[in-house]
Every structure is written in C-alpha cells, then in structure tokens.
Design a protein around this ligand. Structure first.
Ligand SMILES: Cc1cc2nc3c(=O)[nH]c(=O)nc-3n(C[C@H](O)[C@H](O)[C@H](O)COP(=O)(O)OP(=O)(O)OC[C@H]3O[C@@H](n4cnc5c(N)ncnc54)[C@H](O)[C@@H]3O)c2cc1C
Length: 475
C-alpha cells in the first residue's frame, strides 16, 4: 500500500527520507525553502548559498555508521560519492589482527556540500519523488479533534496546501515543529542541553599530492579551545576552533583570518598542515553558534503517539553537539527507521508512529544521552590522546580518560572505542560484550595506572600573547 508523503526540508534527513520512502513506492513531494540550483560538480556545490542550512559550510566528519548505512541501504549513493572524488579511510590501523566486523570501521572523507549534492542527485533521479525548491512550509493542516490529533498536510507560503497521509518534518535544528503541532493541540516536550561552544571554521586547499597519512581527523582539546582539522574531497581541509562564545578576547583574535591561521600553526595537529607555509584559504573565518543537544518527544510516557500522520527526522527530532560528528549519520539512520516503520504498518498512522518512535528510542536516543554525558565530562575526548588533559577528581571523568589511554594500546578496548565513537556500538552493546567488559573493569579498577599523555599546546594566555605578537588585535 502506498501513502502520499510530503517531506519538509531538503537537508540530509529530508533527502534520505525522500529516497527511502520514494524507493519503497510512496509518491513523495519534497519541499525545500532554499532555491537549490543543480550544481554541475562538487566545487559548484560548495559555492552554492544554503541560507536554510548554513552549517553545510562548517567542518563535517562522516562517521563509519554513515558509510554502513549507505552501503546497506543506498549503495548507489556510496558509489556515486566515490565517483565524485570522495574517499573512505579505514580506522583499523592500530587494532592488531583483523576481526569480524572490521570492514564496518571506515569513515568517509567528503565535504558536507558534496555529500548533500550527491544525495540530492539520487533523490531527483527518483521517479516517485518530486522536489520543489524555493517554497516554505508555514504549518501543518489536520484534525485536532482526533485521538491522537492527525496531520493531513502542510500549508505553503504561497497560501496553498499540500495533502499527505504522511508528513515528514526534516526542517533542521531551528525548525518550528512544536509551534506547528501546537495549532492542533499537540504539545511536544523538549529536553535541551546547550553545548556551551561556538565554532570558528576556515577552509583551505591542500597542496596537490598532500599525504594525509592514516589519521584523517587531527584534533585536540586544550580546555579553552577544542579543535579539529578534517580533510575533505577535492583536496580541501577545514579547520575548526571551538571556543566558548563568551570568551571575547579569544573570539576576536581567532575571528581574524591571520589570527586563525597563526593559531593553527601553534596547535598540535593542525600545525602539520602549515609547516611548509601558508595554505590557500577558501573564504574567511566562518562563525557558528547555538550548538546544542535537544530531543523532542512525539509519544507519551507509555510510548503512545501524541500525533499521527507526522514524523520528525534528523535535527528536527534529535540534535547532538556537532563536536561528536553524529548528526548526519543519525539523520540517515532515522530516515531508514521511518521507512521501515511505514513498511511494517501500511495505512496505520498510529502503529507507524509507535514503531518509529520506539526504534528511535533504541537507536538514536542513546546517542543524545551519550552526547549530554560527554558534554558534562567537559570534553570531546574522541580519538584525542589526553582529551582535555585537565586533572580531575571526578571518578567518571577519570574512568573515561583511563579507558581512552588504555584503548590507545589495547586492541580490544581500541576496537570497542572505535565502534562506539562511530555509532556502531551503543553503550548497552559494549556492556553486553564480556571481553570488553573484562578489560574495561581491569582499567577502571586502577585508573591511575593509565595516565593520559601530557597535554601539548599553548595555554590560553600563551596563545593570545603569540597572536598579539603576530600583530593580531585583541578585543
Ligand atoms: C557547526 C556544525 C557542525 C556540524 N558537524 C557535523 C559533523 O561533523 N558530522 C555530522 O554528521 N553532523 C554534523 N553536524 C550536524 C549536521 O549538520 C545535522 O545533524 C544535519 O544537518 C541534520 O540534517 P537535517 O536534514 O535534519 O537538517 P538540515 O541539514 O539543517 O536541513 C534542514 C533543511 O530544511 C529546510 N527547511 C527548514 N524549514 C523549512 C520550511 N519551513 N519549509 C521548507 N524547508 C525548510 C532548510 O532550508 C534546510 O535545507 C554539524 C552541525 C553544525 C551546526
């Protein structure tokens, strides 16, 4: 049985939802408010303005879970990404002899703009999907008196409406989803944890034949600044310096293009890209704030849907601190879960909503919880020896830091951590693995035996002084 679908939003979540539902045979109309001309190549896609999703020009890492989802659900999209010049990079270099499942441990090296361009090409090629751009959805239509209230379509900014049996809100992190549903008497509770960070990102072109080695993500955490350099397709590199938005002096110094680049030379990791001289920049320093963890509930405490005919996917449903690089992977996971729920419950909006939200609770919500906990521990220690490097009496933090230090040399812990960071194993999965648990218990019994490597890099004052010495104005 096919159902008429309207997908609102043409970012990663909306495109993946349209692809999954369209390929399942449902007629889909995707409505995107940005005008989206059809770029001819990845460079044109990078230059295209995306007011509705400005984060596309921020650093994006694509976790192994994304590659696995594409390989298993949309193999043609993975093939097209590779044909467009993207590469994959295995994460198994330090994990000893190969183990079953190691084939899953590889990330995709691609700019977010290239990723979205290739995904959009796949969607527009689908006969079942009609893509309408330059049009905004202003709200939903429906029956507020039904139990639960039922969404039956969307209203557009030209005053017209589109009817649908299934409305997918893929409207991103700034979406007005709760306000839309409030019109039908539906309350959408939200849990929000702010990350306390803002991004400052700059893009560069690497010299031809630059050897990336085996570590594509070069990051660190000095407490006052968390940073990462991520190569992309087309010989590009993006560097992000994440700071507290209220650190005015640092923000002013690093927002300056020269200050940003000088800082890159002083930070262990990004420095390797600048040892032979300046790189060719692509544009200036791009700031972005408002980075948060947020989850929205579309079922009550008993798991009963509060609305039918309407589903949120991607950031409109669950947003995680971008530092951990989870958002796009989770968006594609949710698109697949929604298509599965629709296939399992044709024509039954309530059963579909129950199944979809239950699947999200099992496969997406744990990553929201993990992101909030990692934020509370004060660092993104992913792959960064030493994490934020602060000594701390917090036992949870000491345990995490000891586990990370041990994982650098223990293949069992290293493999488990790689699967965890890449959304291939939830905390519950790890706890169900006796070999991992035995090693982790040994480490946690004596965390002091696994000291973090000493922190390298300047203090905040040293960095500011160095930037001032290089002629960068202080606020
Ligand atoms: C600074 C930053 C860095 C990030 N880094 C990473 C990373 O390294 N790895 C990773 O996986 N994720 C990262 N993320 C998260 C990732 O960008 C999001 O999770 C992802 O974009 C979610 O996709 P989405 O489709 O839900 O939303 P979006 O990509 O934001 O797309 C929403 C779309 O909906 C459209 N829209 C909104 N409202 C309407 C309307 N009313 N009518 C019509 N169209 C509408 C918008 O124009 C937009 O195109 C980062 C996020 C930020 C902010």
């Amino acid at each position: 049985m096919t159902e008429k679908v309207v997908v609102v939003g043409g970012g990663v979540a909306g495109l993946a939802s349209a692809l999954a539902l369209g390929r399942a045979g449902h007629p889909v109309t995707l409505v995107e408010r940005d005008e989206l001309p059809a770029p001819t190549d990845a460079e044109a896609a990078f230059l295209a303005v995306r007011r509705g999703a400005p984060q596309v020009h921020q650093t994006h890492g694509f976790l192994a879970r994304m590659r696995v989802e594409l390989r298993d659900r949309f193999p043609d999209v993975l093939d097209e990404l590779l044909a467009a010049g993207c590469t994959t990079m295995p994460l198994t270099a330090n994990l000893g002899p190969p183990q079953p499942g190691d084939g899953d441990l590889a990330v995709i090296i691609v700019r977010r703009t290239t990723f979205e361009w290739v995904l959009r090409r796949a969607v527009t090629a689908e006969a079942a999907v009609d893509v309408v751009t330059g049009v905004s959805v202003t709200g939903v239509t429906g029956e507020g008196g039904a139990l639960p209230p039922r969404v039956t379509g969307v209203s557009l900014d030209d005053g017209s409406t589109l009817e649908a049996e299934l409305v997918v809100a893929a409207t991103g992190r700034r979406a007005a989803v709760p306000a839309w549903l409030a019109e039908l008497g539906v309350t959408v509770p939200e849990t929000v944890h702010h990350s306390g960070l803002m991004y400052l990102t700059r893009w560069y072109r690497l010299p031809a034949h630059f050897d990336l080695g085996s570590d594509p993500k070069l990051g660190g955490d000095l407490g006052f600044v968390k940073y990462l350099g991520v190569p992309g397709d087309g010989g590009t590199l993006s560097v992000t310096l994440a700071i507290r938005p209220d650190d005015g002096a640092l923000r002013a110094a690093l927002s300056d293009a020269d200050g940003f680049e000088e800082a890159c030379r002083l930070l262990p990791g990004p420095d390797r890209f600048f040892v032979d001289g300046p790189l060719e920049p692509i544009g200036g320093v791009r700031p972005m704030g408002g980075l948060l963890n947020r989850i929205r509930r579309f079922v009550d405490d008993a798991g009963v849907p509060t609305v039918s005919g309407f589903h949120a996917v991607g950031d409109a449903h669950t947003c995680t601190n971008p530092l951990y690089g989870r958002g796009c992977s989770l968006a594609v996971v949710q698109a697949a879960l929604l298509a599965d729920a629709a296939a399992a419950h044709p024509g039954d909006g309530v059963a579909r909503a129950t199944a979809y939200e239950a699947a999200c609770a099992g496969q997406v919500e744990p990553w929201f919880e993990v992101s909030v906990q990692m934020d509370r521990l004060g660092a993104d220690p992913a792959g960064i020896p030493g994490g934020s490097g602060e000594s701390s009496d917090d036992p949870a933090r000491r345990a995490v830091m000891a586990l990370l230090a041990a994982a650098a040399t223990d293949p069992v812990l290293g493999r488990a951590m790689a699967r965890f960071w890449n959304l291939l194993a939830t905390p519950a999965d790890l706890m169900g693995d006796p070999e991992y648990m035995a090693r982790a218990a040994a480490v946690m019994a004596d965390p002091d035996a696994y000291p973090s490597p000493p922190r390298e890099g300047p203090t905040r004052d040293e960095l500011l002084e160095a930037l001032a010495g290089a002629g960068v104005a202080r606020a």
